[in-house]
Unconditional design. Structure first.
Length: 55
């Protein structure tokens, strides 16, 4: 998904259709979000993998 957005932007194209943007606006309204490109609170959180051995 991120790769597609980046490739579109390199070509000067919009990565999202008008329908996708409308859905995003609906979700923002439902959840009370005001996200912009300056919003940086999202971070990838990794946790250690756990393994289970079968004896």
């Amino acid at each position: 998904m991120v790769e597609g957005i980046a490739l579109h932007s390199f070509e000067g194209k919009m990565p999202f259709t008008p329908e996708t943007l409308a859905r995003s606006e609906q979700l923002e309204a439902v959840y009370g979000l005001t996200l912009t490109s300056s919003y940086r609170s999202f971070a990838l959180i990794s946790s250690p993998l756990t393994t289970t051995q079968i004896s």
